[in-house]
Design a protein around this ligand. Structure first.
Ligand SMILES: Nc1nc2c(c(=O)[nH]1)N[C@H]1C(S)=C(S)[C@@H](COP(=O)(O)O)O[C@H]1N2
Ligand SMILES: [Mo]
Length: 452
């Protein structure tokens, strides 16, 4: 086949695949979310989600690298192999014979808050709601591993799910060190808030790694493999890494100089009032949620004077060390005009939220103290998040990109020309077809319309 015919068929089969997958994956009402990407599904929880101690399944943020796989439960098997004495192949009924385990835990995407990094970084531009808090029911991973009998050579535990990569994109595979895998609160969950896992959250089985960032919480798990070392794949050796030392903002960093993202840090979000809101005089109640990584939240302090003074917020009941805590604090504004409100979580290990944060190339683990500016005396709703309408995409760009993902994946970002070039090169490595003659026009378009 000549290359334009091949390109046509490749786009066609990718498009046929996504239409099918989109229908199958659509188990979440889109109106509940801020849609960061319509396909694959990347849905953010709006700020009012931080007013509820348990996030309902249909409001729980969704992060999918590719399309939601359809799993046929009667045929489904969990395989456990590699450095084990007895390789296993378990049906769901067999898995459920192990003792049940349950816990409430925060699941937060490593990239939550990425939109706040300056200079901007590539990737989905999550603001606050790439996070949720749910009750997870399943079995202990340690019990499954004991059943398989881990050999002394087993060091890392690899997880692969049923999702299928698009084109030449690397399969989403993660490893967790054996010590964390054997932790009694690391689970293989089949229920979320008392119901079977929804398809978009990993039906029928996902990994729960309490206190650790969401990339470790592999969905649709079908394969577990004990390895004698960390896996070499893209999502361990290039993706989800954090610099070992401070790096110059905006630069590319060698993955060898970075280490895998593991634990979350302390973080609080102010759900109300909202930044930019005008409020009549009188008493104001600040409300939100706070969580941390492996150490539980010890306190939340609020400031209503631009960070000059702090006082303790009231914490609500505790759903366990990995759950978020709702908090509130009342405030009587001393004067009309503009005021800056802040909330700062501290965990039991003494870690507290920073007022500013070192830049990192993928924009991971943002936990800077949030600032909410309110205007006292002039009631008005806060302005909605502004989304400038995207320009029409040129045909060559559509041909290369939208077979696999929507235009919103591109138009949500603001990157320099050099960053767009790196993104385009990555996509070509992952199977996108870009005609050499089109490349510079495509980069020009991206840098002009979606530049910093
Ligand atoms: N198999 C598989 N598991 C996955 C992913 C994925 O794309 N494929 N995304 C990961 C990432 S980056 C995050 S943040 C969480 C999101 O989980 P949720 O969609 O249930 O909120 O799932 C993780 N598990
Ligand atoms: Mo993530």
């Amino acid at each position: 086949m000549n290359s334009s015919r091949r390109r046509f068929f490749r786009t066609l089969s990718a498009a046929a695949f996504w239409i099918d997958a989109r229908v199958r994956g659509a188990d979440q009402p889109r109106s509940n979310f801020i849609i960061r990407s319509a396909r694959p599904e990347d849905f953010e929880m709006p700020l009012d989600g931080f007013l509820t101690s348990i996030t309902p399944n249909e409001r729980f943020f969704v992060r999918t690298h590719v399309y939601t796989p359809q799993v046929n439960l009667p045929q489904w098997q969990l395989r456990v192999e590699g450095e084990v004495q007895n390789p296993l192949s378990l049906s769901m009924d067999e898995l459920k014979k192990l003792p049940a385990a349950e816990l409430t835990a925060v699941l937060e995407c490593a990239g939550n808050g990425r939109a706040f990094y300056k200079p901007t970084v590539p990737g989905l531009q999550w603001r606050y709601g790439g996070v949720g808090n749910a009750r997870w029911t399943g079995v202990r991973l340690a019990d499954v591993l004991k059943k398989a009998g881990v050999k002394s050579s087993g060091q890392e535990v690899l997880f692969n799910g049923a999702d299928v990569p698009l084109a030449a994109m690397p399969d989403f595979i993660r490893t967790v060190p054996l010590a964390k895998a054997l932790h009694p609160e690391t689970l293989l969950a089949f229920e979320m808030n008392g119901r079977p896992l929804p398809a978009s959250h990993g039906f029928p089985l996902r990994l729960i790694v309490p206190g650790w960032a969401g990339d470790n919480w592999v969905k649709w798990v079908t394969n577990i493999q004990l390895l004698d070392k960390e896996y070499d794949g893209f999502w361990m050796k290039t993706g989800y890494r954090h610099p070992l030392h401070a790096v110059a903002p905006g630069t590319a960093v060698d993955p060898a100089q970075m280490t895998p993202v593991t634990s979350l840090g302390p973080k609080s979000v102010i759900a109300t009032p909202i930044d930019g809101q005008g409020i009549a005089s009188g008493s104001v109640t600040m409300r939100g949620a706070a969580w941390s990584g492996e150490s539980p939240v010890a306190r939340v302090d609020v400031s209503t004077d631009n960070g000059r003074s702090w006082r303790a917020a009231r914490l609500d009941s505790d759903h366990g060390r990995y759950s978020w805590r709702l908090w509130e604090a009342s405030w009587t504004p001393p004067s009309t005009g503009s005021h800056v409100l802040m909330a700062r979580a501290t965990d039991q290990s003494g870690q507290t939220q920073p007022l500013s944060q070192e830049w990192n190339p993928s924009g991971y683990l943002w936990n800077v103290v949030q600032q909410v500016r309110v205007d006292i005396g002039t009631p008005s709703p806060a302005a909605a998040e502004a989304r400038t309408p995207a320009p029409a995409f040129p045909e060559n760009l559509k041909q290369s990109c939208v077979g696999c993902h929507g235009e919103d994946m591109i138009s949500g970002q603001k990157l320099t020309r050099a960053q767009w070039e790196r993104e385009l090169d990555k996509m070509v490595r992952w199977g996108a077809t870009v005609q050499p003659a089109d490349r510079s026009a495509i980069v020009d378009f991206l840098a002009r319309h979606f530049g910093r």
